[in-house]
Design a protein around this ligand. Sequence first.
Ligand code: URA
Length: 300
Amino acid sequence: MDSSRNPKSEAWLRYADDLGLSPFHLDRIVPQAAALDSEQAISGAAISLDVSFAAPRSSSTSGTLGGRSFSSDIGEPPPGGASAPEISKRSPSQAFVPQVPGISLFEERLENDSLERIRTDIGPNCTRCKLHKARTNIVFGVGNPKAQLVFVGEGPGHDEDIQAEPFVGRAGRLLTQMIEAMGLKRSDVYICNVVKCRPPENRLPEKDEITTCSPYLIRQLDVIKPKVICCLGACSAQTLLNTSQGISRYRGEWFDYRGAKLMATYHPAYLLRNPAAKSEVWKDLQDIMALLGLQAPKKK
Ligand code: URA
């Protein structure tokens, strides 16, 4: 039966998904990748490397931007942004079909939700998962509450845990360079993580921790309503695309996510260990810039 033509069947299938029964709908599931991709396989040990985000200027991308200048507040559209920005030709590979959650019986958007309400709902002393035991601060998120672009990482590290702000350590400084290479400031975008408390020893967040904390991320995204969500690394991409496939399978491709365009790219911490991958990430950022009608700042 083609359930996509029958709203009632589709609602029941989504209900089954919500109950964790989706594997019975074999035609609807994503093949599970057994192995983690290279990004996840590499340990968290940071090697001392040049962290500059040397963004090569691609003539082709800047050419498509039509000389549009960009306002520093990307909560608002860029001036003169009436003509449609060029969207990347790259689209989801046929091999990868994400299960992006639609709005199902248990996934409706909360009316009158706000970032303040989400923060209040989490509370100052959240103990919903085991990450609370070792954390210093809950790291909620930072930036423009009306941002057109949201970056989503995996979880706070040591510096973030101390300062209660995402991406302020070494990887964070590289993310700031990436944002500035796009002609933006940190305060133009919104930055948050899948889990709001630091996983001990900077390990990856575990499934139960992600399941507990990700509803707050989804609410943040629903409230901000960005045009573009950029997933930094496999953890956030896998969480929002509802897949266990490695990020290299779909990095740089566009997906629809609850009214936004979503692209996954490599995590800045991965770039610190593998600077050669910066050129791939820069391509992704240029696609995001094209979609948002942004121009790279002129070289000084
Ligand atoms: N890595 C992340 O994924 N998030 C942070 O906030 C810092 C480092």
